[in-house]
Design a protein around this ligand. Structure first.
Ligand code: ADP
Ligand code: MG
Length: 251
């Protein structure tokens, strides 16, 4: 199908005797948030690692916009537009919000002349960088060092940095973690708009956020997808309620 942006086919990964990812196939389509839920240890982060290239699969393949990217490095995948966000390491704390975005813009263009010409003097990059900060609602914080931004603002800056790389899709592993009620609500609203620019594969513990954001949900248990469907279908699925939602409500 041509509206498929990201596709996993028969992904497997074991750690010793443990099958952390057990024959997982799924798709991420244009314009959607596809949420991946499941209990702790179900293999959600392992799967994100297999997609981003941090973890090597034992079997299976990853396709981005119709291209087999299974053999590519993390950096090569990022350059093709596979954006991982909410890694604090993607920000340079002692650089301003704007400079962080400008560096990402420059990296996305494959320029290496930053060693010849400091990025801060490039007017075009400045304009595009400010524009991106504006889109995530950080225009007023452009000159603040990343280190001095609030937790929620850093999350938004990480998205801005990802946007600068012209992503084909976003992989978000627990973006709501550590955000308060208000921060979570703001991020949900923001992600609802962001998915129009690039679809989002979302791992999230906050089930209210998942139910508000997701167009589709896949449930992972012991490395396998046990159910996949709309929010209504997943909420009503007895298998899911027993394996996951029931467990959650007793915590
Ligand atoms: N590098 C690793 N070495 C050994 N076991 C691992 C490694 N990474 C993950 N695991 C195991 O794989 C299973 C899935 O982990 P993980 O993907 O982190 O689950 P989740 O993100 O759903 O909580 C867990 O049992 C975990 O202990
Ligand atoms: Mg995890």
């Amino acid at each position: 199908m041509d509206d498929v942006v990201l596709e996993l086919r028969g992904m497997c990964r074991s750690f010793g005797a443990l099958k952390a990812t057990d024959d997982v196939s799924l798709t991420l389509r244009h314009g959607e948030v596809h949420a991946l839920i499941g209990p702790n240890g179900a293999g959600k982060s392992t799967l994100m690692g297999l997609i981003s290239g941090r973890t090597t699969p034992d079997a299976g393949s990853v396709w981005l916009a119709g291209q087999d990217i299974t053999g590519l490095s993390v950096a090569q995948r990022a350059r093709l537009g596979l954006a991982r966000s909410f890694q604090v390491s993607s920000l340079i704390p002692e650089y301003s919000a704007l400079r962080n975005v400008m560096l990402a813009l420059q990296a996305g263009e494959g320029h290496s002349y930053r060693f010849l010409r400091p990025v801060v003097f490039d007017r075009t990059l400045q304009r595009v960088g400010r524009d991106i900060l504006d889109r995530v609602g950080l225009a007023a914080r452009a000159s603040v060092d990343a280190a001095f931004l609030s937790h929620g603002e850093r999350r938004l800056l990480e998205i801005a940095v990802a946007l600068a790389m012209k992503p084909q899709c976003f992989l978000l592993d627990e973006p709501m973690a550590g955000l308060g009620v208000e921060g979570t609500a703001r991020l949900i609203t923001f992600l609802q708009g962001l998915k129009q620019q690039a679809p989002i594969l979302l791992v999230e513990h906050d089930m209210d956020a998942v139910f508000r954001l997701a167009d589709r949900i896949s449930v992972l248990v012991y490395g396998r997808i046990i159910a996949s469907g709309t929010v209504a279908e997943i909420r009503a699925n007895p298998l899911v309620r027993a394996a996951y939602l029931g467990e959650e409500s007793t915590q």
